[in-house]
Design a protein around this ligand. Structure first.
Ligand code: NAI
Ligand SMILES: N[C@@H](CC=O)C(=O)O
Length: 440
């Protein structure tokens, strides 16, 4: 993001304010609105939420007064108010994809069945798209990237959340000619595979967050989703299904990771390198572990206090999630560059695990719910075994047989809801890459 402060200040001076449209003013959306309102050269010009009061609260938290906020119900109103320089509040997310002055649409709902529509409509209307909703990205990101290319706009994941934050380190290391062998993130929210929105309710209320979202963090789903996004953007894969999830000490994290991420034959935990991982004890940071075959560089790394090698870890001790997302918006409009995008077809998939024993005939639920959680597997093993791509599981999904807690669900075990746009787009994506995944 070098020089982005100057570039944004210049846009402000020239009156070329970047107008962003935001869908979802929940915990992340509202912080994003505030951060963007405080920045130069960019504004949260139109914000939508099905809970309308969330939009008004978001503008108020940002210090925007009622006289500068206009409520739009129609596209004509949204266009008119935006031309007047108002902050536009709406319940109708279609206006974000359609309003003339929106340059970049940001999905911050975390709901794949919502994200698919926002992204497709916005790009078909020649808006760039930032998918903070990484849950959507990992199921149809390859399709969306191609749709962006077709429309001459940029589709990208967001800076600030772990996948975008670690891509900065990945790109930094590779630009210097280093070999990255592991990329990953610290595990926030201690793992609790059995949790559900009821068991986390007190904590979620205290932390002012959605119980479903917190459930998806604690049961590991979000971490698996994030590793899948990293994998799809780099070609790195999980070493084993679900990753190893080792622990490192907060104090000696880099030194610990330099040992842990050796190959098994060298005393570490890994069967191979070029993998994605998560680590307990080092949150909220992200890291890449690098190596070199060159003895002089190995000596120089030691001299620069990075340790004796042959592995060294570059660690970023923070990721500011939503607060960094506006930088992705700026990077798209000013530098015409994405933050994190799938390389091509999926490299890994987020797959479905039974959270408890499930019975034939019962309906189950998806992300952040009561009956399932996500894991990560390579795309190849997902298609070979027929593992169920997690975001396709919704509350209309029915079990066709009994399974035990911990089972990796396969397509023959469930009746998926085939009526959703998400399901249909995912089928299109599988066709694009001819990967043999057997959706009906
Ligand atoms: N909460 C956190 O700590 C973090 C969340 N994220 C990601 O940010 C995204 C949002 O997460 P949160 O803000 O925590 O969720 P949230 O549940 O607090 O907010 C989502 C908002 O989207 C709104 N929404 C749902 N459907 C909609 C629709 N059709 N049209 C308009 N608005 C709609 C909801 O009413 C809600 O206000 C997710 O993708 C999540 O993974 C990323 C990093 C950290
Ligand atoms: N990445 C977090 C959740 C927020 O994004 C986690 O690992 O729990």
């Amino acid at each position: 993001m070098l020089n982005m402060d100057k570039k944004l200040a210049k846009r402000e001076e020239e009156g070329k304010i970047i107008r962003a449209g935001i869908v979802g003013a929940g915990q992340m959306g509202r912080g994003m609105v505030t951060q963007m309102a405080l920045m130069k050269g960019i504004m949260p010009a139109i914000v939508s939420d099905i809970k309308f009061e969330n939009v008004i609260n978001a503008f108020h938290y940002a210090g925007i007064s009622d006289e500068d906020i206009a409520v739009a119900k129609t596209l004509e109103e949204a266009n008119r108010y935006m031309e007047q320089g108002k902050y536009v509040a709406t319940e109708n997310s279609d206006l974000i994809s359609q309003a003339n002055l929106v340059e970049v649409a940001i999905d911050v709902t975390g709901v794949p069945e919502v994200g698919v529509k926002i992204a497709i409509d916005a790009m078909n209307n020649k808006k760039h798209v930032v998918m903070m909703d990484v849950e959507t990205d990992v199921v149809i990101g390859s399709y969306l990237k191609k749709l962006g290319d077709k429309n001459g706009v940029i589709y990208t994941g967001s800076a600030g959340d772990e996948p975008g934050a670690v891509m900065e380190l990945f790109s930094f290391a590779r630009a210097m000619g280093m070999e990255v062998v592991v990329m990953g993130k610290g595990k926030n929210n201690k793992l609790d595979y059995d949790c559900n929105p009821d068991t986390v309710l007190e904590e979620a209320t205290r932390r002012k967050m959605s119980p479903r979202m917190l459930t998806s963090f604690k049961d590991g789903t979000k971490t698996m989703v994030e590793m899948t996004a990293m994998s799809n953007a780099t070609g790195f894969v999980p070493d084993v299904i679900g990753g190893h999830g080792p622990a490192a000490s907060p104090k000696d994290r880099c030194a610990d990771l330099n040992q842990i991420f050796r190959l098994k034959k060298d005393g570490g935990i890994l069967d191979k390198h070029h993998v994605v991982e998560y680590v307990n004890g080092i949150a909220p940071g992200v890291f890449v572990t690098v190596t070199t075959e060159n003895e002089e560089i190995a000596y120089q790394m030691g001299y620069h206090s990075m340790g004796p090698g042959p592995l060294w870890t570059l660690y970023r001790p923070y990721h500011l999630c939503n607060l960094e997302t506006p930088l992705t918006v700026a990077k798209i409009v000013i530098d015409h560059e994405p933050t994190i995008i799938p390389l091509g077809g999926p490299v890994s998939e987020c797959i479905t695990v039974a959270k408890r024993d499930l019975k034939a005939g019962e309906t189950i639920d998806g992300i952040g719910g009561y009956t399932t959680y996500g894991s990560i597997a390579t795309a190849q093993e997902t298609y070979e075994k027929g593992y169920v791509v997690y975001a396709l599981v919704n509350k209309n999904t029915r079990m066709k047989c009994d399974v035990k807690k911990g089972t990796l669900l396969t397509l023959d075990m469930v009746d998926l809801d085939t009526s959703t746009q998400l399901y249909q787009v995912r089928k299109e994506q599988d066709k694009m890459y001819n990967n043999g995944y057997a959706l009906k």
